[in-house]
Design a binder for this molecule. Sequence first.
Ligand code: HEM
Length: 72
Amino acid sequence: MVGFEQDIRPLFREFDRTEMEFAFDLWSYEDVKEHADSILERLEAGDMPCDLPWSEEQIERFRQWMAEGMQP
Ligand code: HEM
């Protein structure tokens, strides 16, 4: 089972969090849950993070977290 605290939050760097503060808090379970669809969309498009796209393995972990009902 993929969990936010254990598997998802560590994927977001302090830089990601700071840059995205205008829209949501990437270290907040509630925020990432609420914006999961648009976050996944941008990860898959490869344009977020702005500097270094995630690997397919990282994106798959996020997808799995969503598929399992976004556990804390
Ligand atoms: C894993 C990390 C990141 C994720 C998941 C992410 C996700 C997103 C999402 C979902 C939006 C659309 C927000 C909205 O319209 O409400 C967005 C916008 C934006 N992000 Fe990120 N972001 C990440 C990291 C970064 C980084 C490192 C930068 C570097 C500067 C950045 C810069 C921006 C900017 C400037 C926008 C607004 C312009 C646009 O929509 O393209 N983001 N991001």
